[in-house]
Ligand binder design. Sequence first.
Ligand code: NAD
Length: 347
Amino acid sequence: MMKGNILVSGGSGYIGSHTCIELINSGYKPIIVDNLSNSDIQSLDRIEEIAGERPEFFEINLCDREALNQIPKSLRIDALIHFAAFKSVNESVADPLMYYHNNLESLVNILRFCTERNIEHLVFSSSCTVYGDAKELPVTEETPLQKASSPYGNTKQISETIILDYLKVHPELNTISLRYFNPAGAHPSAKIGELPRGIPNNLLPYLTQTAVGLRDELKVFGGDYNTKDGSAIRDYIHVSDLAEAHLKAFEFMKSGKMTSNYDLFNLGSGNGYTVLEVIKSYEKVSGEKLPYQIVDRRPGDVEKIWASTEKAEKILGFTPSRGIDDITKSAWEWEKHYRKNIEKSIS
Ligand SMILES: NC(=O)c1ccc[n+]([C@@H]2O[C@H](COP(=O)([O-])OP(=O)(O)OC[C@H]3O[C@@H](n4cnc5c(N)ncnc54)[C@H](O)[C@@H]3O)[C@@H](O)[C@H]2O)c1
């Protein structure tokens, strides 16, 4: 039996497409709204191939409030997951207004849309960047936020504030913000995965692009951090685990167990890995050597950060089941599959 319609903004993107598969597998009907500014319409084919159903799709720029009227008023929407945003730290430094406009205007329109269409449940994609260079580890949901180190990070801090302000006067809307740590890896089918445009900002796509020969070598930013091998520590969470967490968040809201209409959760694995450990994991699962070079630290990068997963475990019942080797292996399988099968069919 179909359990309900979930509107997924940014659903053709990296985390959104994995979440759509999870929703279909769990009996929900995802309806995607995306302007394809950072994704490809082909991701719908791949969702259909993997999950056996093709999500309904609306090509809409969420900054265009009127365009949201293309979504029929007769469509009952049980929940909305708002992934759509620009996400590159570097790009946001170069063009801050593009980020403030896209990420904040779209959120404002999403909130209005929730009220206009009587949507009761909203999940918002936030990020561990809101914690900045946290003084205490692991980072809990109570860890004080630091000044954002980029306009992108600032859009996530401001978005959380906008949501809180809005919810004060809209008690009928429940919202959960999920602060993702470092989403990485790909679906085990290798048919969908992370596909950044241009030079990747994130470690895993840079690593796998190097592995398939697209980049000469991986640059490890900083070898003199105060960590066991000198490289920076991050908390990587498999994108399929992350997808499952969205369902848990929605089902928690629906259960009526929320004590107020807003809550937030860290989504990480609870383990920190250095960049060199991630490289070692890749070398282990692939049996191949990765060319890399340790270079200067990158401005704005924090030394180490990992999540406390206690709250998500206790309240949402969410524990990631995939580890770092699953992440490097699936990311690598996806990169190989993409270069061999999909890229050729596009060009
Ligand atoms: N991937 C990460 O490392 C990471 C980490 C923390 C938080 N997040 C957040 O998670 C969310 C999803 O990230 P992702 O990695 O899947 O990114 P992505 O770029 O793959 O997906 C985002 C999707 O949103 C769409 N989009 C952007 N602006 C839009 C607009 N104005 N109207 C309609 N569609 C629009 C894009 O076309 C894309 O398909 C984002 O909010 C991001 O900030 C991502």
